[in-house]
Design a protein around this ligand. Sequence first.
Ligand code: ASP
Length: 323
Amino acid sequence: MRIKINSIIGFFLLLIFPSVNSFAQKWALAIHSGAGNFTPKDLTPELEKQIRKKMEEALQKGKSILTNGGSSLDAVEEVIKILEDSPLFNAGKGAVFTHEGRNELDASVMDGKTLNAGAVAGVHDVKNPICAARAVMEKSEHVFLTGKGASAFAKEQNLEIVDSSYFYTKDRWDQLQKTLEKIKEKKKGTVGCVALDKFGNLAAGTSTGGMTNKKYGRIGDSPVIGAGTYANNKTCAVSCTGHGEYFIRNVIAYDVSALIEYSGKTLQAAADFVIQDKLTKLGGTGGLIAVDNKGNISFSFNTTGMFRGFFSSDGSTKVEFFK
Ligand code: ASP
C-alpha cells in the first residue's frame, strides 16, 4: 500500500515538475555482509556460491521496492531482513556467540530525510532486529533501546519474538570454541544496506550479532548512530562493518557525511579518507558502503575482503568479495 501511494504521488510530482524527472527517477542500492582479512582460500566454492546467491536475492528485493516507487527505508529494512533470516551472515539467525554462549543482537536504521533514527542492542529474542530498530524510530519517543526493554518494546509492537535457540547455528558455535582456543577466525558477516529512492530520500541500516566472544554486554558500532550507520539527504547514507570499537572512536559513518557537508569532498574521497587514513592510522580494520544523494555508490575497506554488492537505476549491478 505504501508503495502504491508513493508511486501515485511520484507520478503526479513528475507531471508537475518534469525538469526534475531525470534526477528524481534515480535510485541506488548497496549492501555489505561483512569485511575481514579473508582470501579466496577461506571460502569453499559452495559457500561462496551460497553467499553470492543470497546477496543477489537481497539486491533484487531492494531493486523491486525502489523501482516500484517504494521508499529507501522500506528497501533497507526488507533487504536486511532477508540477510538476517539467512544463517550465512552474522545477523539475526546465524549471529555469533558471546563469551557466555548467548546471541546478543544489535541493529540500527536512519532516515536521511528526517534525520530520525532507531536502534536496538543486546536483544536475544527478536527475530528481526532491523524491524525493532525501525519500530523504535517510528513508534517510540526514543532512539536507542537495549536488552530487556528493547524486547518488551518489540513485543508491544507485535514484532515476531522467537526462542533464543532460534539464533543458534553450529558454525557460529564452533567459531566461538575456536576463538576460546585462540584459533584465529576470519569469518565476519555483519550486514548493512544503504539506499536512495526515486524521491531523493536516503536511508541506511546495519544489523549484527557483534563480535564472537564479546563480554560484559559489549555493544559495537552497528547500532550506534553516527558510528556504524548514518543517513542525511544533504549528503549520503553509510553502513559500516569491522572492528566496532574503532568505528565508534572515529565516528566513522557520520565522518563521511561531515566531510561531504563541510569540506565538499566527493563520496569516494570521503569514504577513502575515513577508512584508509583515519581508521587505518588508529589501527582499526573494516570497511563501509555508501550512497550519496546523486546516486553515486562507494565502497572502501582496509581488509583483504568485504562482501558487497550494488544495484542502480542505470542497470549496473555486481556482487564482489575481494579487493
Ligand atoms: N562492527 C561489528 C561490531 O563491532 C562487527 C562487524 O561488522 O563484523 O559489532
